[in-house]
Design a protein around this ligand. Structure first.
Ligand code: AMP
Length: 478
């Protein structure tokens, strides 16, 4: 088995790696580091969680330790699709470069240009950036890319999804033809293939297995959900999510809840908060400082339920997530693999459970065909909608009566910040109207209290005669 010592890395890098606690290189590291150190282009087909960040940062630091940066001319460039991923790469860089005297700058949106300009003016060895922000700096005449010797493109497939490919092509064109390119993508879509054929020169191609989706450490399941009525679908789906969370019991210590749409990320987070769960949203429309704060809160355990969109969560390294809830079946089957790869990391046990609505069926089939397994069907903890519920709905009954043992009633730090402008929530049955419609007795059930009001007769309150209450109870138990 290859050891770090066999890879020709700089001594200072080896020291930092050993202090990080890494014993042996991961397959992408063992495959990508040697050709990168030889100055070759690398095409790494690997996704997050495989150790790919170190597979490009370690050789970069080793190669850059000789030489000095010139003002406004970075010596290397790492392009990342999201601010979070860029910040994470920067963190990794700090860890591995702690004994190497290299300078870096992080160019991401949400941070003032002035601060970033000052860093670039001094000269940086490593520039880590999102494509848009990098081009903004370039266009303001503050940055020259003609000194870039090494260029990394991380998560190219996500760049494609986000429409960044024209920016990437432009940036390639601004760097010297002689640069070395290290290019990473989880998949090789035809457009990605085209880019690599155009901009990489005889790359060493290293492909590592996709994170195990059938791994024994990740328990998977799906609940097929059929709303009792179309206009109640969203509300019932949120009730089902809460029931599924509760159903996981104490083993659910923290979770990422994935929604396909940003608007649902907000609505689901708000609804969970309203029901006493410690939740916060993360998606691309939130400002950078808020996203960072939420993420830190989640890492530190102050936020238990992170409601996320795929883009915001992609590439985030959150070591111990007990559960992933797929509120929606992802419309790109590949995203299922990324989503569930957030749990069960580093040999820990994890669970990934999903809600599948009738309209998700075709996506669900695509997911099963991609992962080549039948995802076990779980019982709907709310039961299936019956005719009676349609005419006399009590959708949040059974699971709400369960006490929420591990749910912190403490409000999430972002609770006040989650309020979204009216226009963003107006298109669906957002949490606000839900609140208005909810009778007090049902809310009490949601708090895990004994429900003394179950047999109250609507409109009669405590004044209902005993014979009516009796027959009501009998009806319920039959
Ligand atoms: P990445 O795929 O770069 O997001 O890395 C996933 C996680 O693996 C990060 O938490 C790294 O700190 C960790 N990691 C990277 N390389 C190694 C290694 N050789 N041994 C153990 N952990 C590693």
């Amino acid at each position: 088995m290859t050891q770090f010592n066999d890879l020709n890395l700089d001594k200072k890098v080896l020291k930092a790696v050993s202090e990080a606690g890494y014993e042996t290189p991961t397959p992408i590291q063992a495959g990508a580091i040697p050709p990168a150190l030889e100055g070759r282009d690398v095409l790494g087909i690997a996704q997050t969680g495989t150790g790919k960040t170190a597979s490009f940062t370690l050789p970069m630091i080793s190669m850059l330790h000789r030489g000095r940066a010139r003002a406004r001319m970075p010596r290397s460039l790492v392009l990342c699709p999201t601010r979070e991923l860029a910040a994470q790469v920067a963190e990794n860089f700090d860890t591995y470069a702690k004994y190497s005297k290299l300078t870096k700058a992080l160019l991401i949106g949400g941070v003032s240009f002035k601060e970033q300009d000052a860093l670039i003016d001094r000269g940086v060895d490593v520039l880590i950036a999102t494509p848009g922000r990098l081009l903004d700096h370039f266009e303001r005449g503050k940055l020259l890319l003609t000194g870039v010797q090494i260029m990394v493109v991380d998560e190219a497939d996500r760049m494609l999804d986000m429409g960044f490919i024209p920016d990437i092509e432009r940036i390639f064109g601004l760097t010297p033809f002689t640069r070395q390119t290290l290019f990473f993508s989880a998949t090789m879509a035809p457009e990605i293939e085209r880019i690599t054929n155009t901009f990489l020169s005889a790359p060493a191609r290293i492909e590592v297995a996709r994170a195990a989706t059938t791994g024994e450490n990740i328990r998977q399941g799906v609940v097929h959900f059929k709303p009792s009525r179309r206009d109640r679908a969203d509300k019932e789906k949120r009730a089902l999510l809460r029931a599924m969370i509760d159903g996981e019991g104490e083993s659910c210590t923290n979770a990422i809840i994935f929604c396909n749409r940003k608007i649902d990320v907000d609505i689901v987070a708000k609804s969970l908060i309203k029901h006493g769960y410690n939740a916060a949203p993360i998606h691309g429309d939130l400002d950078q400082s808020q996203r960072m704060k939420t993420l830190d809160g989640f890492r530190e355990g102050n936020v238990h339920f992170l409601c996320a969109s795929d883009v915001a969560a992609r590439g985030l390294d959150i070591p111990a997530v007990s559960h992933v809830f797929n509120y929606d079946v992802p419309s790109h089957a590949e995203d299922y693999v990324h989503r569930i790869g957030r749990t069960g990391r580093a040999g820990r046990k994890g669970a990934a459970v999903m809600i599948c609505s009738p309209r998700d069926q075709k996506y669900f089939e695509a997911v099963e065909s991609l992962v080549q397994m039948t995802i076990p069907v779980m019982e709907n903890p709310l039961g299936t909608a019956t005719e009676a519920e349609v005419t006399s709905p009590q959708p949040e009954k059974a699971p709400e009566a369960k006490p929420k043992r591990s749910r912190s009633r403490k409000k999430a730090p972002e609770e006040t910040a989650t309020a979204k402008p009216a226009e963003e929530t107006a298109t669906s049955d957002a949490a606000v109207p839900e609140k208005k419609a909810e009778p007090a007795e049902r809310k009490n059930r949601g708090r895990g209290r004994q429900d003394n009001n179950r047999d109250r007769v609507v409109g009669m309150g405590d004044d209902a005669p005993a014979f009516i209450r009796l027959s009501f109870s009998e009806r319920r138990s039959s």
